[in-house]
Design a protein. Structure first.
Length: 396
C-alpha cells in the first residue's frame, strides 16, 4: 500500500463524515445502535507459484545409458528407479575385486599359520637350548671343582715329595753316624717309610685329579659343542619368526588395500542407478538409451506437484506484521474457484527493488520484501508452477 493512497483515503473519509453530519440541517432525534464485528486482519501480496521441491538426476559415474524407465509426465514414487547405466564393466571389476580379496585373505591366513609355526619352532629351540645350557653350566662347575681338586692334589704331592726328601736326608745322615741297632735310626727308617707312603698316596691322588680334570674338560667341550649346535637353531627360529611377522604385515596391508578397492568398486556400481529422491512428476528426460554420459550430464528433471510455494512481495508498511507460521489463504488467478491454505515459511531480510522500470529515483517509493508461503496441492488439481496467485496473510 502506497502512502499517497493512504492519505487520499483518509481525506475521502473526512469529506463523507462532514457531508453526513450537515445533511439537510435537521436534528436527528433517533439514535440507532450498530454492532461492530471484528474480523481477521490480513496483509495481501501477489506473486507466482514455484515448485518447492525439484531435482535433476545425474549419474555418479560415466558410462553408457542402458535403460531409461520413465517418460516426461510420469508420476514416480520416492526410491523408484529412473535410469540405469550399463553396469557390466563395473560388475566385472567388482567380481575381480572380490576374487582378489579372497586370495588376499587366503594369503593372510597362510601367513598367520606360518607365524604360528615359527613361534612353535622358536619355543622348541628355546626348550632344546635350556638343558644344554644347564649341562654346560654343570660342566663348568665340575671343571672348576676338578681344577681345584687337582690344585689341592698338586700341593699335597709337592708337600709329600718335600717330606719324602727330608725323611730320606735324615735317614741317610743317621745311618752314616749311627749303628744299625740304634733306635733313632729305626725311627728315621719308619719316618722315611711313612713319608714314602704319603708320597705314593699324594702321587695317586694327583693322578686321579688329573683324570678327573681331563674328564671335566671333555664334558665341558661336549657341552660347548652341543650349545654351538642348538644356538644356531634358536637363531634360525628367531629369524624365521621375524620373517613370518613381516609376511603377516604384508598380507594385512594387501587385504586392507583390496578391501578398499572392493569398497570403491561397490560404490561405483551403486552410482549406475538414478532413483527418485521424492514423490513427483518427471518434467523432462534429457538423454536417450545408448548415450554416453558423464557425471555432469543431466538425465532427468523431477518436481513435486503435491507441495509448492508461492513467493509474493509485501511492502515495507506491512512487512512488520508478517511472521513465519502465519496462516495464509491463497487464490489462484487461473482457477478462481480454488481456495488453498498455506503457511508463511520465510521472510526475506533484504528489501527488493520496485517492480517495473523506475525512471526517477523517489525517496518516498516503498520497497517490498519477498515472503515464501508453502502449501499443499489437492489431488488431481490443475495448478502448475508459474501460475499467478494472491495471498491473504492472516496477521491477527
Amino acid at each position: 500500500m502506497k502512502k499517497r493512497g493512504t492519505i487520499g483515503i483518509l481525506l475521502l473519509g473526512l469529506i463523507l463524515i462532514m457531508a453526513t453530519a450537515c445533511g439537510d440541517g435537521k436534528e436527528e432525534t433517533n439514535q440507532q445502535l450498530v454492532e461492530v464485528v471484528h474480523g481477521d486482519l490480513t496483509v495481501s501480496g501477489r506473486g507466482n507459484i514455484y515448485a518447492s521441491n525439484e531435482a535433476r538426476g545425474f549419474f555418479g559415474t560415466s558410462g553408457m545409458i542402458d535403460k531409461i524407465f520413465v517418460d516426461e509426465g510420469d508420476e514416480v514414487a520416492k526410491g523408484e528407479v529412473l535410469a540405469e547405466l550399463d553396469a557390466a564393466p563395473l560388475e566385472l571389476a567388482l567380481i575381480q575385486a572380490q576374487a582378489t580379496l579372497a586370495q588376499a585373505q587366503a594369503t593372510l591366513a597362510q601367513a598367520q599359520a606360518t607365524l604360528a609355526q615359527a613361534e612353535v619352532a622358536r619355543i622348541q629351540a628355546q626348550i632344546a637350548q635350556a638343558p644344554v645350557q644347564a649341562d654346560l653350566a654343570q660342566a663348568q662347575v665340575t671343571l672348576i671343582q676338578a681344577q681345584a681338586s687337582r690344585t689341592q692334589a698338586q700341593v699335597a704331592f709337592n708337600m709329600a715329595e718335600d717330606n719324602l726328601e727330608d725323611a730320606y736326608d735324615l735317614y741317610r745322615r743317621l745311618k752314616r753316624w749311627l749303628s744299625r741297632n740304634d733306635s733313632k735310626l729305626e725311627d728315621a727308617e719308619i719316618a722315611f717309610e711313612i713319608a714314602e707312603l704319603e708320597f705314593e698316596v699324594a702321587e695317586t691322588q694327583l693322578v686321579a685329579a688329573d683324570l678327573q680334570l681331563e674328564t671335566a674338560e671333555l664334558e665341558f667341550e661336549v657341552a660347548e659343542t652341543q650349545l654351538t649346535v642348538v644356538e644356531p637353531q634358536l637363531e634360525a627360529a628367531n629369524l624365521q619368526l621375524e620373517a613370518a611377522n613381516l609376511q603377516l604385515e604384508a598380507a594385512d596391508l594387501q587385504v586392507e588395500a583390496v578391501e578398499r578397492a572392493l569398497e570403491e568398486a561397490q560404490k561405483q556400481l551403486d552410482k549406475v542407478t538414478i532413483t527418485a529422491p521424492f514423490d513427483g512428476v518427471v518434467v523432462s528426460v534429457d538423454v536417450d538409451e545408448g548415450d554416453i554420459v558423464s557425471t555432469t550430464t543431466p538425465i532427468v528433471y523431477l518436481i513435486d506437484l503435491k507441495h509448492m510455494e508461492l513467493i509474493v512481495r509485501i511492502d515495507e508498511l506491512d512487512i512488520a506484521k508478517v511472521k513465519t507460521e502465519q496462516k495464509v489463504m491463497i487464490s489462484v488467478d487461473a482457477l478462481p474457484e480454488a481456495k488453498l491454505e498455506g503457511q508463511v515459511t520465510f521472510i526475506s531480510p533484504v528489501a527488493r527493488e520496485p517492480v517495473g522500470v523506475v525512471l526517477f529515483e523517489d525517496e518516498d517509493e516503498e520497497k517490498s520484501y519477498e515472503v515464501k508461503i508453502d502449501f499443499d496441492i489437492p489431488e488431481n488439481s490443475p495448478i502448475r508452477a508459474g501460475m499467478s496467485a494472491t495471498a491473504e496473510i492472516i496477521v491477527e
